[in-house]
Design a protein around this ligand. Structure first.
Ligand code: 5RP
Length: 229
C-alpha cells in the first residue's frame, strides 16, 4: 500500500467524527484532498465547511460543499487536518502547504481537532521537517538572523506568497525538545505572523492510516499512558 492510499484511509475514517447539521473546519494538503472527497458523500447531512486555504475552498466548491466565511463564527465543532510531523504529545509541525496561519486560527476555534496522517508523520521529536514560519515580507532579514540564533538553517521559500499576502521561511536543522516554549518564542518575534508549531493547540485525535487499518490515538488515552509512567 503506498502513502497516498494510507492518507486516503485516514481521510475516510475522519467521517466518523462528523456530526449532522454542523459546519466542518477543513485543512489543507494532499491528505485533505481525500477528506474533501469523503466529505462530499455526506454533504447533504452537514451545513457546509469553513476552509483554511483558497486551494481547499476551490476543492470544496468543486464537490458542491457550501463554504462559509470564518469571520461569522466564534467556535466550531470539529476541525480536520493533517500535519507534516506529529509527536507523542500530539503536538505538530504544520505549514508544509503554506496555510499555517488560517489552519491555526480554525484549529484553535474548534472544540475537536482530528489529525489525519499516514504513519510517516509520527516522530519522537519535532524538527526533522523544516519548520515553516509565515512572516511579513519586510522582516525577512531580521527573522533569518533570529532563526540562525536558535540553531536553525533558514531558507526563504521562493516564489511563494501565502493567502494572506505574506512570505514563508522554512527552518532546517531544528531539534524541538520543548515545542510549547519554541512556539511562544518564535511567535513573539516582531514580523512573525505564525510559526508552524502547533503545541498550544495540539490535536485531540490522531487517525493513522496503516496497512492493517486505522490506528486511533485519543488525547485522553495518551495522557493516561503518560501519567502511568
Ligand atoms: C498545510 C499543512 C498540511 O497539513 C501538511 O503540510 C501535510 O500535508 P499533506 O497532507 O500534503 O502531507 O500543514 O499547510
Amino acid at each position: 500500500m503506498n502513502l497516498n492510499q494510507l492518507k486516503k484511509k485516514a481521510a475516510w475514517a475522519a467521517l466518523d467524527y462528523i456530526y449532522p447539521n454542523t459546519i466542518v473546519g477543513v485543512g489543507t494538503g494532499t491528505t485533505i484532498f481525500y477528506f474533501i472527497e469523503a466529505l462530499s458523500t455526506v454533504k447533504n447531512l452537514i451545513y457546509g465547511a469553513v476552509s483554511s486555504s483558497s486551494s481547499s475552498t476551490s476543492l470544496l466548491k468543486k464537490q458542491g460543499i457550501k463554504v462559509f466565511n470564518l469571520e461569522n463564527f466564534s467556535s466550531l465543532t470539529i476541525y480536520v487536518d493533517s500535519a507534516d510531523e506529529i509527536n507523542n504529545c500530539m503536538q505538530m509541525i504544520k505549514g508544509g502547504g503554506g496555510a499555517l496561519t488560517r489552519e491555526k486560527i480554525i484549529a484553535t476555534m474548534a472544540k475537536k481537532f482530528i489529525c489525519i496522517i499516514d504513519k510517516t508523520k509520527k516522530v519522537n521529536v519535532l524538527g526533522k521537517f523544516p519548520l515553516p514560519v509565515e512572516i511579513i515580507p519586510m522582516a525577512l532579514s531580521y527573522i533569518l538572523q533570529e532563526m540562525v540564533k536558535i540553531g536553525g538553517i533558514p531558507k526563504y521559500r521562493k516564489n511563494f506568497v501565502t493567502d494572506n499576502g505574506n512570505i514563508i521561511i522554512d527552518v532546517y536543522n531544528l531539534y524541538i525538545k520543548d515545542p510549547l516554549s519554541m512556539e511562544k518564542k518564535i511567535n513573539s518575534l516582531p514580523g512573525v505572523v505564525t510559526v508552524g508549531i502547533f503545541a498550544s493547540r495540539s490535536a485531540d485525535v490522531i487517525l493513522v492510516g496503516t496497512r492493517n487499518g486505522i490506528k486511533t490515538i485519543n488525547k485522553k488515552s495518551r495522557l493516561k499512558e503518560i501519567e502511568k509512567h
